[in-house]
Design a protein around this ligand. Structure first.
Ligand code: SF4
Ligand code: SF4
Length: 382
């Protein structure tokens, strides 16, 4: 006699998906057009149709551990071609947003990052940290916070000392890596268990050497944005993504160079515009602004696709980072001390927010998607 299975839909999960951009998933009538038109879905157990079924049944645990949701590159081809307007591409986006929240801890931060009403509080946190720690240090004679810097050259370190910035930013950066590490550990265990259950792999234990080899292959694919090139709709998104990705890499290199200059070589700024590290910084800053404007433009142009607060949070944060960074420098060069320090303060808040909230925000897809692609490469899922 055939075995009977009882499904218990998680209604709260379906409702959450709706809030995250998957509100139309119930319109799906399982025609499978989406899986056929998807340019990167494999022939074996293709997505996103199976995810549409599971989502409408509210199978939360199965979907959160389904690494196929991360192989989707959100090109929107399936959404454009879906005859029912069920927006499968948006549903997968909502599933990824939900998965990020599931794997990031503490959960309260996840909820806050997903809630627009909490944005002022999220931005107030770094403001309190910078001012609070600055005042505490001041009270013991360490003058790293000066509300009225005057005389001499305009330099942001005269306002908030770079040492104060570093002792706040560095632990935040490593705390963020710790949150990612914990999330990734659970994520890999879950997707492996799910792949075993679905017959996508047969090896019980993950081989670390095999994963490392797969990661090398995937990093190249990510850098070249090869998957984006396979998309039909929204192919041009790869330019914006590449600009943002490479500007972050450039700014990371610049930050490390200036960190060495200050902490090890004891060379204080402001640094000359003729310095090659400055050239890299300026080029990366411009690329960040242009990339974020293109992301913004592409998102507004997606008439048949929806954008949630989750999507906009990232676009606006990246734009704000670029504008306040370049703005600080231009105001400084123009000799406008007050406005330069004012804009710099906001720049610091945005950098801190980028570090602290990335494991809870859409930018986390950089880590989870890379992990999922690595696992797919490892299991030879085409
Ligand atoms: S999401 Fe749309 S295209 Fe995909 S199976 Fe459902 S109705 Fe068909
Ligand atoms: S959004 Fe693009 S990549 Fe993602 S499932 Fe749809 S067609 Fe495939």
């Amino acid at each position: 006699m055939a075995e009977t299975m009882t499904l218990e839909p998680d209604v709260g999960f379906i409702r959450e998906l709706g809030k995250l951009g998957g509100a139309d998933l119930k319109k799906c009538y399982q025609c499978a057009t989406c899986s056929v038109v998807c340019p990167i879905s494999p022939d074996n157990q293709p997505y996103p149709r199976k995810e549409m079924i599971a989502a409408s049944w509210g199978l939360k645990d199965q979907l959160v551990a389904d690494y196929d949701i991360w192989l989707c590159h959100n090109c929107g081809d399936c959404t454009t071609k879906c005859p029912r307007g069920a927006k499968p591409g948006e549903v997968l986006g909502a599933l990824r947003a939900y998965a990020v929240r599931e794997y990031a801890t503490p959960k309260v931060v996840s909820k806050m990052v997903a809630d627009p009403k909490m944005l002022p509080i999220l931005l107030a946190v770094p403001a309190v940290i910078f001012i609070g720690l600055g005042l505490i240090l001041k009270s013991i004679g360490i003058n790293w916070l000066n509300f009225a810097p005057h005389g001499g050259e305009i330099w942001q370190s005269h306002f908030i000392n770079n040492y104060l910035v570093d002792i706040i930013m560095i632990p935040t950066f490593f705390a963020s890596i710790g949150v990612f590490a914990l999330g990734l550990k659970r994520f890999l265990a879950d997707i492996h268990a799910s792949a075993l259950a679905a017959g996508k792999t047969s090896t019980d234990k993950i081989d670390v050497a095999g994963i490392a080899k797969a990661l090398l292959a995937v990093v190249l694919t990510v850098f070249k944005h090869k998957k984006f090139d396979e998309c039909g709709e929204n192919k041009q998104r790869s330019v914006a993504h590449m600009l943002v990705l490479f500007s972050f890499i450039g700014l990371f290199i610049v930050t490390n160079c200036f960190f060495v200059a200050e902490w090890i070589l004891h060379i204080e700024g402001p640094y000359s515009q003729l310095n090659p590290v400055k050239w890299l910084g300026n080029a990366a800053g411009v690329a960040l602004i242009v990339g974020s404007v293109l992301l913004w433009k592409n998102r507004l142009a997606k008439k048949d696709q929806s954008s949630s607060y989750w999507d906009w949070y990232l676009v606006v944060l990246v734009f704000a980072l670029g504008v306040t960074g370049m703005g600080t420098q231009l105001l400084r060069l123009a000799g406008l001390a007050g406005p330069a320090y004012f804009v710099y303060f906001f720049h610091l808040l945005f950098i801190w927010s980028l570090f602290a909230y990335t494991p809870f925000s859409k930018l986390a897809h950089l880590v989870y998607r890379t992990a999922a692609m690595t696992y797919a490469e490892y299991t030879k899922r085409q």
